[in-house]
Design a protein around this ligand. Structure first.
Ligand SMILES: [Zn+2]
Length: 298
């Protein structure tokens, strides 16, 4: 090889290397950009088929389909009075909110209107037993109760010992891993295990005060037993945010409702509460009596 040819050869190798670099960068970007929604999905709230069973009447099932086709007479959307702590909440720092990220459920915003909201937290079967697994369970309970205590500043909450009649259940369960079929490849996508999941269901609640049954929500949080106490607390904070009405995610990682788990877990932020307050100022169908009785019940 002459020196010139060698140089040309070297030039083309460099060009090839450069091209290869660009190609790698492009595919990396493609992978990363696709990772983003995937990552979000792994902690995204589920819009489950919401099925509510009226207590004491297992035949009466309220399905999402019923709700959207209005085969039951749903209450008209109305605004509930703000609970006192939210009414008193003033943001002087003008931190803004992420209200635009909040998704509507089939009955609009998931606002609570009966306070205190009753929360059941899973308990070890035999609390007096001092085994290592029981101690781990107790630490899980402590972390969850701390998160409940933090939210209690903004919405009146009450921890109850009975599962029945609770508005929010916090269970020490590993959330199910949902595989989905990729139609193009014919392969199953198995997402990484979730650490938590929150889902809602609706039911009709009879009260002494109202003649008509009240359209009500019940939330179930499944929170993994396999996290450090630090992450259990952070996850409980986040999932409780969903259960209390923040049905969406913040784009900022300084908010607890950021869509992904971060190493540094923030405290409930001003923006979180600004968002919560705006949600509670919206009209919703939940928490109001049905417009007319659909069944001839006394
Ligand atoms: Zn979430």
């Amino acid at each position: 090889m002459t020196r010139q040819r060698l140089r040309r050869h070297r030039d083309s190798s460099w060009r090839r290397l450069l091209l290869l670099g660009v190609a790698i960068a492009a595919s990396l970007w493609l992978i990363l950009s696709q990772l983003q929604p995937l990552k979000a999905q792994s902690v995204t709230i589920r819009s489950d088929e919401a099925i509510g069973v009226k207590p004491g009447n297992p035949e009466y099932r309220l399905k999402t389909a019923d709700l959207s086709s209005a085969s039951v007479s749903l209450p008209m959307p109305q605004i509930h009075p703000l609970p006192t702590p939210l009414a008193q909440w003033q943001d002087v720092t003008d931190a803004g909110d992420y209200f635009s990220e909040i998704k509507l459920t089939p009955v609009d915003y998931l606002v609570w209107s009966q306070f205190p909201v009753k929360i059941f937290v899973d308990q070890p079967k035999d609390p007096n037993e001092s085994s290592a697994s029981n101690q781990r369970f107790q630490k899980w309970v402590d972390a969850v109760l701390q998160a409940v205590g933090e939210w209690n500043t903004y919405l009146p909450l009450q921890v109850v010992t009975q599962r029945e009649g609770a508005d929010i259940l916090i269970l020490r369960d590993r959330p199910p891993v949902q595989a989905s079929l990729d139609r193009e490849t014919g392969k199953f996508n198995i997402p990484r295990a979730r650490s938590a999941q929150t889902r809602y269901e609706f039911y009709l609640r009879q009260t002494d005060k109202a003649a008509q049954a009240i359209l009500s929500q019940r939330l179930t949080i499944q929170l993994s037993p396999h996290q450090t106490d630090h992450y259990t607390l952070a996850t409980a904070r986040h999932e409780l945010g969903h259960a209390l009405g923040i049905w969406g995610h913040s784009p900022l990682e300084t908010d607890i409702m950021y869509f992904s788990q971060v190493r540094y877990s923030p405290q409930i932020s001003v923006r979180d509460i600004n968002t919560l307050k705006r949600i509670y100022q919206q009209p919703t169908r939940v928490g109001w009596p049905l417009a007319a009785q659909t069944r001839g019940e006394e």
